[in-house]
Design a protein around this ligand. Structure first.
Ligand SMILES: *Cc1c(COP(=O)(O)O)cnc(C)c1O
Length: 231
């Protein structure tokens, strides 16, 4: 099942790249493995997957210990400040930085270890009450502050689009995130790059790629439905 799912996802990414005149290598597929057992991740690893996304600190660190060290782990879920220390030296990218206080903690923990943490700023483009992320109008102040941090490198923006039946309905959201990233890029702030646009999940990653996504986070499309009752 995994092999066939990966083939379909790969095919879909290629098609979306072709349709929008983009190169396949400009889009990174993040296999979102939350709630899935280590054996399933190992199976994906054996099929060539090297980038995994997790949304819980404990689960990420457990899987990190159990699986090969050439995996790139991405933290994609809401991160509590008191847990930053457990993942700071294990993850390649934190997608979900949504407050200056969290950024401050990341700066401190990265500083202690003498490393530079790569982060994305999560933006609540859809302005959903239930979602984390900065509102677009909060970005300027956030970026001004983060420019002083020596152990943080902003790599771009991330958004979680609303759940919709028709992925076309999220096109405007993806377009807005891209526009925000262009605006920020034009400001040329220290430590702030906007090359990465993390947007698009199983239901809408084609549209996200057409609108400029450089990272898509696909869970269900690769690993199948999640059974939260069993975790
Ligand atoms: C779970 C999750 C995904 C993957 O969702 P699917 O619809 O299963 O592809 C992507 N991004 C985030 C932040 C998630 O929490």
């Amino acid at each position: 099942m995994l092999k066939e799912n990966l083939r379909v996802v790969e095919e879909t990414i290629k098609d979306a790249c072709k349709k929008s005149n983009r190169k396949r290598e400009d889009v990174t597929l993040i296999a979102v493995s939350k709630t899935k057992p280590v054996e399933m991740l190992k199976e994906a690893y054996d099929l060539g997957v090297r980038v995994f996304g997790e949304n819980k600190v404990q689960e990420l660190t457990d899987k990190y210990e159990a699986l090969p060290k050439d995996i790139k782990w991405h933290m994609i879920g809401h991160l509590q400040r008191n847990k930053v220390k457990y993942i700071i030296d294990k993850v390649d990218l934190i997608h979900s930085v949504d407050s200056i206080r969290l950024a401050e903690t990341i700066e401190k923990e990265a500083g202690k270890r003498g490393i530079i943490a790569n982060i994305l700023i999560e933006v609540n483009v859809g302005r959903e009450e239930s979602k984390f992320g900065l509102l677009p109008e909060e970005l300027d102040t956030f970026i001004e502050k983060i420019a002083d941090y020596k152990h943080i490198q902003v790599k771009g923006l991330m958004t979680i689009a609303p759940f919709v039946e028709n992925s076309e309905l999220n096109r405007a959201i993806f377009r807005s995130l891209r526009k925000l990233s262009v605006d920020i890029g034009n400001k040329n702030v220290d430590n702030v790059n906007v090359g990465v646009l993390s947007m698009g999940m199983t239901g809408d990653y084609s549209v996200a790629i057409e609108e400029g996504a450089t990272m898509v986070r696909v869970g269900t499309g690769i690993f199948g439905d999640r059974d939260y009752a069993r975790v």
